[in-house]
Design a protein around this ligand. Structure first.
Ligand code: SF4
Length: 224
């Protein structure tokens, strides 16, 4: 288990191929948040919390509703919890996420002058923040190379044989050996776009897929 068995893998070709395949697809929610409000690590952090175990189609409108009311820890703490719950409903675990968001805002104000820390250990110390969220904030919020392995990155990296892993943490460790650091941030964006639009988990569109030649789903796949 670990690095997959893809033959003669040329990462530069792979990334440039994926770029051209995804250039006209809708961008992930986190990038839409940046387009709407600028590169704000706090908004990326909160929108990522809302997206946990929730589809972007649900969590993105919820983020936009919340951010139309408040975009700073101070302002979010002024929102009564009952209203915060209503604003983010129907994201999964909206009651728990309301508690986590309030607690995160309190900690940011108490320990970090209201700013999101650009440090993995400190991010992981925030309520409800795991590696996936921490790495998305580091990458998209601060431009610090970090591999954000969400469900799409984990699943498609295995489908394509880039890795051979069972968990997202294993995938991250294996991908670090396959994908050069300069692509870590972009790799998440490309695979999320591909996963959400062209290779969803439950409805495969393998017939005619432009990655079929290198995908393990194709028994006669070629090297890349
Ligand atoms: S061939 Fe199927 S499983 Fe493989 S990338 Fe394409 S859609 Fe996904």
């Amino acid at each position: 288990m670990g690095v997959g068995k893809i033959k003669n893998f040329n990462v530069e070709c792979f990334i440039s191929h994926l770029r051209s395949l995804t250039c006209s697809l809708p961008i992930p929610a986190a990038l839409s948040i940046i387009d709407s409000f600028g590169r704000d690590p706090f908004l990326i952090l909160i929108s990522c919390i809302l997206s946990l175990r929730t589809r972007d189609t649900i969590s993105f409108p919820a983020s936009m509703r919340l951010f139309s009311h408040a975009r700073t820890p101070q302002d979010i703490l002024k929102i009564p919890s009952s209203l915060l719950e209503k604003l983010i409903f129907p994201v999964g675990f909206y009651k728990q996420k309301t508690l986590h968001i309030k607690e995160i805002c309190i900690v940011l104000l108490k320990k970090y002058k209201g700013l999101v820390p650009s440090d993995q250990k400190k991010l992981l110390g925030l309520k409800g923040v795991g590696l996936k969220t921490a790495h998305l904030v580091l990458g998209l919020g601060f431009g610090i190379p970090a591999l954000c392995v969400d469900t799409h990155v984990h699943r498609i990296s295995n489908e394509l044989g880039l890795v051979d892993t069972k968990t997202a943490d294993e995938t991250e460790a294996a991908l670090q050996k396959v994908i050069p650091q300069k692509y870590w941030i972009e790799f998440n964006t490309l695979l999320v776009m591909w996963g959400q639009n062209m290779c969803p988990a439950h409805v495969k569109k393998c017939k005619g897929c432009r990655l079929q030649k290198i995908c393990l789903r194709n028994n006669e796949r070629e090297s890349f």
